[in-house]
Design a protein around this ligand. Structure first.
Ligand code: AMP
Ligand code: MG
Length: 332
């Protein structure tokens, strides 16, 4: 069984186990959830037990993926695509989506609107230009300013009306579009943590890593933070317990006239943030880690530190575009 699992966002390196009684983990990667590579690394007594766990987990991830999908609809499922295309009519949804959207509103509040799940109309302009630009490098272009401004007038978070009593979501502004990209993977990771408390595993959803339980010999789970300037190597490795989530400019971007435009958009400028090359957040709660990694990617250091310090037990590693770094709550 391979010991090194290469991830899109974070390179996990399991520390070499010493001693002849060392137990090897099992590992599997899926490519059909959340538009990223999903890798499960778990310690189980038998291979059968591993695959039974992996299959169950995979089905759970697929069901979450379908609910959060903004690009496709699925028979019998009311998902974010359904809500975004309902023309302002109420849509009956799974409680999962009501809870997720309610969390999105909380994140909006504690990030001062920097992370906004209602930013979809703006994000889709960038998404479309990125797709076109990656398909035709020579003719890559930026969204038109007037289109961005027009889209920005449909991003009011209060336009997402959640009715817990009747289990519906209504977009009060039919042109508002929800985008789950900043929060979905972390939110789902948290559900996974809660769903399998007795297993011993590490799960990576792109740049989102969670650990549950222990390695057999009690060693730490170790993750490597990718070097944003050479994603074949790691900038550093650190122990993780709970969650580690990276937002990075290298994860999704395109290039126009020699300048890179990454995928995290500042709602105040409507352009990609360029303060950081990557930000990695460590904390027990994967949903919080995912929300904070995107928020911190958008904030200058001091503002970011202030935000982090409103929470307990959060550590951060920032890498700047010039290669310098800052950290908070990490030893050494
Ligand atoms: P993450 O990798 O968790 O930092 O999330 C990045 C994804 O979040 C992007 O691909 C977009 O789908 C979405 N996104 C980008 N900028 C924002 C923003 N300011 N607020 C909410 N979602 C965003
Ligand atoms: Mg995030």
């Amino acid at each position: 069984m391979k010991r090194i699992v290469c991830l899109l966002g974070v390179l996990l390196s399991l520390l070499s186990l010493t001693g002849c009684q060392a137990k090897e983990p099992f590992s599997i990667t899926y490519y059909d959830c959340f538009d990223t590579a999903v890798t499960l690394t778990a310690y189980t007594d038998t291979e059968e037990e591993f695959f039974a766990f992996a299959d169950e987990l995979h089905q759970f991830l697929l069901s979450c993926h379908r609910l959060l999908d903004i690009y496709e609809e699925y028979p019998g499922v009311n998902n974010l695509y359904t809500i975004n295309h309902a023309g302002g009519k109420p849509v009956t949804v799974d409680p999962f989506l009501l809870d997720f959207l309610s969390f999105g509103k909380e994140v909006y509040a504690f990030t001062g609107g920097k992370v906004n799940i209602a930013l979809g109309s703006v994000l889709s302009l960038w998404h479309q230009k990125r797709e076109e630009g990656l398909a035709d490098l020579e003719n890559a272009s930026l969204p038109y300013e007037e289109d961005l401004l027009a889209a920005a007038s449909h991003t009011d978070i209060d336009g997402i009306l959640l009715n817990e009593a009747d289990g519906t979501v209504t977009l009060l502004d039919p042109l508002l579009q929800i985008d789950a990209g900043a929060l979905g993977k972390g939110y789902v990771s948290k559900l996974v943590q809660e769903r399998y408390p007795d297993k011993n595993f590490l799960l990576s959803l792109g740049g989102n890593v969670i650990t549950v339980g222990e390695k057999p010999n009690g060693e730490d789970w170790i993750i490597g933070i990718l070097d944003p300037f050479d994603t074949e190597s790691t900038a550093l490795t650190l122990p993780v317990s709970g969650a580690a989530v990276t937002s990075g400019s290298y994860q999704r971007y395109y290039t126009v006239d020699g300048k890179d435009y990454p995928h995290i958009i500042d709602p105040d400028t409507l352009y990609p943030a360029d303060i950081w090359a990557s930000v990695t957040v460590f904390c027990a709660d994967p949903a919080l880690a995912d929300a904070l990694s995107t928020a911190l990617f958008l904030l200058p250091l001091e503002e970011g530190k202030k935000l982090v310090q409103t929470f307990d037990g959060v550590s951060v590693y920032w890498i700047a575009p010039d290669g310098s770094y800052d950290k908070l709550g990490l030893d050494g």
